[in-house]
Design a protein around this ligand. Structure first.
Ligand SMILES: Nc1ncnc2c1ncn2[C@@H]1O[C@H](COP(=O)(O)OP(=O)(O)O)[C@@H](O)[C@H]1O
Ligand SMILES: [Mg+2]
Length: 451
């Protein structure tokens, strides 16, 4: 079946006729005069791909998201190096203006297939994910410039494009800390995981991506009205984010003579719209270049807002969390270890399995205390988990309730390793971070399962 395509810009010129002459897999169904017309045409469902010929400057991550949400793949004709670099950074397919109709129809077909290969609208526009899951290997392995998918984003690495298994070239890993509503301790775990890894000598970037109640800055005593994460996402949206500008968006926190990099969260929760999933995906990709470890403090909700709304173009508040969970190498699911928190976590894990099937979360029960679950709380919790927890998802760690320890750290605006280095809670989080911490007494709060 032929792929219906809409075009924009006088630069398409003869391309339309050439494509028509092919009688091939692509049919131009409308030539639009303005971007708004193109978007409206895409929203009306008449097209599955769009060719933009005139102004690559119109292309932002937000536009890519909008088109992808309508199931429309994008191909941009661009010759200038700066424009190509921007498109590469946005992971937008592009081709030289002089490309033949054959080449263009091949690229469009590829881009459309790639879009179809993804399962939710939030994923559609992200070839980086396709690379990681292997679905984009063909174009990438062939060193195909069309996808511009060199993870460096500088357009220089297409000759030795990645082969199978190493779709993302950056070495850094990404951990997402997530958990259900009810303040189970996501931020506490995220901040201290990041702090432990940083103090152990790793380059660590901590990102506050909670679109409901960001609190990393407050936890670390940072006064930052400017929301580093929003700044980085803005640059990513414009295709201007690189390692240097990501670094400039971050604040440095000094820890045991080391430095933890922090992208602070949005200061008012009504600014959630600034954390667009595609832009956050680009931020994470750059983060892999910048840091050995990136830790994301996520929001709790996974509801796919678009299912609640007829407006499929509406931005999605939970898109940032979903994107972070999709792209993370490790997902920590934090739940409060009591009779409210555990059932909530079990339900949330079912939602996670449905929304991000590949997440393989590591369950962390926090605020473990006998007063909430009875004597031998770990055993009680393990028994309950065996009965009610999701099969094949064991508890990875138990973190003790230590209100005084955590309060003191919050008051000081510092990590536990600074304010309570000998505390069992600190030791349990260090073990979770796989950091060995010199200790005179062994903590009984251990990491249990395989990590
Ligand atoms: N292990 C713990 N023991 C005692 N209090 C804790 C522990 N972990 C977190 N808290 C407290 O619980 C509250 C919520 O923690 P926070 O990390 O902000 O949760 P979330 O990010 O999930 O909303 C905070 O007041 C925090 O100090
Ligand atoms: Mg939080």
């Amino acid at each position: 079946m032929s792929i219906p395509v809409v075009t924009l810009g006088s630069g398409v010129g003869t391309i339309v006729q050439d494509l028509e002459r092919l009688h091939g897999p692509v049919t131009v169904v409308r030539r639009c005069a303005e971007l708004s017309e193109l978007i409206a045409a895409c929203q009306s469902g008449i097209a599955r791909a769009a060719i933009l010929a005139d102004d690559a400057g119109d292309v932002t991550a937000a536009l890519v998201d909008r088109l992808a949400a309508s199931g429309v793949a994008l191909l941009v004709l661009a010759d200038q190096e700066a424009a190509k670099a921007r498109l590469d950074a946005l992971k937008v397919a592009h081709a030289p203006r002089g490309s033949t109709a054959d080449v263009l129809s091949g690229l469009i077909t590829e881009a459309v297939h790639q879009l179809q290969g993804q399962d939710t609208p939030t994923l559609l526009a992200d070839p980086a994910r396709a690379l990681r899951t292997g679905t984009a290997q063909r174009g990438a392995a062939a060193g195909d410039p069309r996808l511009g998918m060199d993870a460096t984003g500088d357009g220089t690495a297409q000759e030795d494009a990645p082969g199978e298994g190493d779709g993302v070239r950056a070495n850094g890993t990404v951990s997402a800390v997530w958990g259900p509503a009810g303040a189970p301790g996501r931020t506490t775990v995220a901040v201290n995981l990041a702090a432990e890894a940083a103090a152990a000598g790793k380059t660590v970037l901590l990102i506050d991506a909670d679109t409901y109640g960001s609190s990393v800055a407050a936890s670390l005593g940072l006064l930052d009205e400017s929301a580093g994460v929003a700044h980085a996402c803005r640059l990513a949206d414009q295709g201007l984010l690189d390692q240097a500008s990501l670094l400039r968006s971050a604040l440095g926190v000094s820890l045991k003579g080391r430095r933890l990099l922090v992208l602070t969260g949005i200061t008012r929760s009504d600014r959630w719209i600034e954390l667009r999933p595609t832009a956050l995906g680009v931020v994470l990709e750059q983060a892999r270049h910048l840091a050995d470890l990136t830790v994301i403090d996520c929001g709790f909700s996974l509801e796919a807002d678009e299912e609640l709304s007829f407006d499929t173009m509406a931005p999605r508040r939970n898109g940032a969390t979903l994107r972070a969970l999709e792209l993370a190498d490790t997902v920590y699911a934090v739940g409060a270890a009591d009779s409210v928190g555990v059932p909530r976590l079990v339900r949330a894990l079912a939602e996670l399995a449905a929304a991000v099937p590949g997440a393989a979360p590591k369950v962390v029960l926090n605020k473990v205390r006998a007063s909430a679950v009875g004597r031998s709380p770990e055993r009680q919790l393990r028994d309950a988990w065996d009965r009610f927890g999701p099969a094949g998802t064991p508890i990875t760690a138990f973190l003790p309730a230590e209100p005084a320890t955590v309060d003191a750290a919050l008051l000081a605006g510092n990590a536990l390793l600074e304010t309570a280095p000998a505390s069992p809670l600190r030791h349990a989080i260090a073990a979770l971070a796989d950091v060995s911490v010199a200790s005179r007494r062994r903590s009984r709060w251990a990491v249990t399962g395989a990590k």
